[in-house]
Design a protein around this ligand. Structure first.
Ligand code: GDP
Ligand code: MG
Length: 177
């Protein structure tokens, strides 16, 4: 039973949640495949993507779940949340309405998950500076009030995308090890 075999045992389920079109699928596409899709398309066939990560010299597999667009109908099922140990709670900094929905998503997360899920609040589309409707300070303040990590990202220009996923995975690793 080598160190390598042991490392393979780290498999963390992480869920992407937040309103429709905030950029959840593109954050995953950027992180896992370094791709970006200019137009929105729902996830087809793929429920999750597994990404190997190195945290403190240990190989960790992050199993990242994306919705198939069912958030539009408020129909994200409990199966989606089951077993999740991490979450990226995403809003669009250019649409205040998606920021106002964060409380609803937090409730949903807390209702459906049996453990304390390591969560980062993610303000996506930071590249669209001129269209910003939610300030960085507001995002930070909400995260602090709710005990969440916080980061602004851009799936378009890659800024902070890996860092957001890594923050969650590192914290889960710290808690479990
Ligand atoms: P989802 O419904 O939350 O999965 O959102 P999508 O990933 O499908 O993205 C919705 C739309 O926003 C698409 O047209 C994307 O190209 C666009 N988008 C996603 N992330 C970004 C970003 O960081 N910056 C910009 N400018 N557009 C983005
Ligand atoms: Mg999507």
């Amino acid at each position: 039973y080598s160190e390598d075999d042991k490392a393979d045992d780290y498999l963390f389920k992480i869920v992407l949640i937040g309103d429709s079109a905030v950029g959840k699928s593109n954050l995953l596409a950027r992180f896992a495949r370094n791709e970006f899709y200019p137009s929105s398309k729902s996830t087809i066939g793929v429920e999750f993507q597994t990404q190997k990560m190195d945290i403190n010299g240990k190989e960790i597999k992050a199993q990242i779940w994306d919705t198939a667009g069912q958030e539009r109908f408020r129909a994200v099922t409990s199966a989606y949340y089951r077993g999740a140990v991490g979450a990226l709670l995403v809003y669009d900094i250019c649409r205040r309405q998606t920021f106002d929905s964060i409380g609803k998503w937090l409730n949903e997360l807390q209702t459906h998950s049996d453990m304390n899920v390591v969560t980062i609040l993610v303000g996506n589309k930071s590249d669209l500076k001129d269209a910003r409707e939610v300030s960085t300070a507001e995002g930070k303040a909400l995260a602090e009030a709710q005990g969440l990590f916080f980061m602004e990202t851009s799936a378009l220009d890659s800024s902070n995308v890996a860092a957001a996923f890594q923050t969650v995975v590192k914290e889960i690793f710290n808690i479990l090890s």
